[in-house]
Design a protein around this ligand. Structure first.
Ligand code: NDP
Length: 336
C-alpha cells in the first residue's frame, strides 16, 4: 500500500465560474479503521453538478463547504482492511467517501456492490444516484402515459439519458435537448429517442416546435434558463414538470424567467425534488434498471478522467458540457 492519502480540498469559495485555483490537492496520512470500521481504497469518484452548489456559502438543502474542507462526493472502492465481519477484504462498496484516495467507513455508510450484476462504476451512474433521479423524477412526478410526449434537457448526460430511455419503454415519444450534433446523434441513434434538438443551434426554437407536434406532456428539467423558456411555451394542458436541476445557473448566472403564464394557462404542475430524500425508492429502481441493462434495453455511457489530481479540471468541464456521459474520475485500478 502506498504511504499517503491524497485529498482534494475546496481552497476558497468560487466567484462565478469555478476555477482550478479554487481547489487544492494535499497529502494526508492514510486513516486507520476503528473497531467498527473498514478502510476503503477508492477506485472511482463521481463528479456531479450538485457539488457546485455546495461550494457557495448560501443556505440550501445541505450544508455548504468552508475553505479547507475536503470536497464531498460519491465513490466506489474496495475494502482493503476490515474490522467488520460482513465486509471482508476485497468487498466492493459504494459510499459518500469524498474526493480522496482512501477513507474509513462503517458498514451503515456503505452499499455492497456485486460486480457480477454490472460494472462497479455503474453504482455512481445508471445504477446509482443519477439513475434513481431519472427513474423517480420521471415516474413519480412526470407520471408518463403511453402516447404522451416526454421532453428532457441535458439528454445525453447521466440523468437525462435514462429519462428518455425509460420514457420510450413506457410508450411515450421521447424528445431530448442537448448541446451539439455529436450528443444529439448519440441520443437518437444509440439511445433510441425519437428526436434530439441542439439548443445551441440558432433555429433551436423552430426545430423544437417541429419535434413536438403534439406539444409537451412531461418535461424533465435539468438545465433551466432559455431552454426552459422554450419548452414551457410548448406545454400541453395538465403537463407535469419534474424540476430536477438548473445547471445553466449554477455558476451564478442570473436568469429572469418570464414563462410562468404557461404554467397557469395550461394548469401545469411543477415539482422540485432532491433524490437523497427518497432513499426508500432506490433499491426497487436499481433492481429494475439492472434488469433493463441485462436485457439490453437501457444503455449508458461514461466519461472517465484519470487521476484525482485531474478531478478539478474534469469538474469544471462537467459544468460547461465537456463531459459526454456520466463523469467519473478513476482514482486507482479496479484490482491490485
Ligand atoms: P450531466 O451528465 O447531464 O452533465 C451536465 C450537462 O449539463 C453537461 O454535459 C451539459 O450538456 C449540460 N449543461 C451544462 N451547462 C449548460 C447550460 N448552460 N445550458 C444547458 N445545458 C448545460 O449531469 P447529470 O446528469 O449528473 O445532472 C443533470 C442535472 O440533474 C443537473 O442539473 C443536476 O444538478 C441535476 N440533478 C439533480 C438531482 C436531484 O436530486 N434533484 C440529482 C442528480 C442530478 P450539454 O453539452 O448538452 O449542454
Amino acid at each position: 500500500m502506498p504511504g499517503k492519502n491524497i485529498q482534494v480540498l475546496m481552497k476558497q469559495h468560487p466567484q462565478g465560474w469555478v476555477k482550478e485555483e479554487d481547489f487544492e490537492v494535499v497529502e494526508r496520512e492514510i486513516p486507520k479503521p476503528g473497531p467498527d470500521q473498514v478502510l476503503v481504497r477508492n477506485i472511482y469518484l463521481s463528479l456531479d453538478p450538485y457539488m457546485r452548489g455546495r461550494m457557495d456559502p448560501v443556505r440550501s438543502y445541505a450544508a455548504h463547504l468552508n475553505p479547507g474542507d475536503m470536497m464531498g462526493g460519491g465513490t466506489v472502492g474496495q475494502v482493503i482492511e476490515s474490522n467488520v465481519a460482513s465486509l471482508p477484504v476485497g468487498t466492493y462498496v459504494n459510499g459518500m467517501l469524498g474526493w480522496q484516495a482512501y477513507a474509513t467507513a462503517r458498514a451503515d455508510e456503505l452499499r455492497v456492490l456485486d460486480p457480477k450484476i454490472a460494472p462497479i462504476s455503474t453504482a455512481l451512474g445508471v445504477l446509482g444516484m443519477p439513475g434513481c433521479t431519472a427513474h423517480y423524477g420521471l415516474m413519480e412526478i412526470g407520471q408518463p402515459k403511453p402516447g404522451e410526449t416526454v421532453v428532457v434537457s441535458a439528454a445525453s448526460g447521466a440523468v437525462g439519458s435514462v429519462v428518455g430511455q425509460i420514457a420510450k419503454m413506457k410508450g411515450c415519444r421521447a424528445v431530448g435537448i442537448a448541446g451539439g450534433k455529436a450528443k444529439c446523434d448519440y441520443v437518437v441513434n444509440e439511445l433510441g429517442f425519437d428526436a434530439c434538438i441542439d439548443y445551441k443551434a440558432s433555429d433551436f426554437k423552430e426545430r423544437f416546435k417541429a419535434a413536438t407536434p403534439d406539444r409537451v406532456d412531461v418535461y424533465f428539467e435539468n438545465v433551466g434558463g432559455e431552454v426552459m423558456e422554450v419548452v414551457f411555451a410548448r406545454l400541453n394542458a395538465f403537463a407535469r414538470i419534474a424540476l430536477c436541476g438548473i445547471i445553466s445557473q449554477y455558476n451564478g448566472q442570473p436568469y429572469a424567467f418570464t414563462g410562468m403564464r404557461h404554467l397557469l394557462v395550461n394548469r401545469a404542475k411543477l415539482q422540485g425534488f432532491i433524490i437523497s430524500e427518497h432513499m426508500s425508492y432506490w433499491p426497487g429502481a436499481i433492481a429494475e434498471m439492472a434488469g433493463w441493462i441485462k436485457q439490453g434495453k437501457l444503455k449508458y455511457r461514461e466519461d472517465i478522467a484519470d487521476g484525482l489530481q485531474n478531478a478539478p479540471q474534469a469538474f469544471i468541464g462537467l459544468l460547461s458540457g465537456k463531459n459526454f456521459g456520466k463523469q467519473l474520475v478513476r482514482i486507482g485500478p479496479e484490482t491490485v
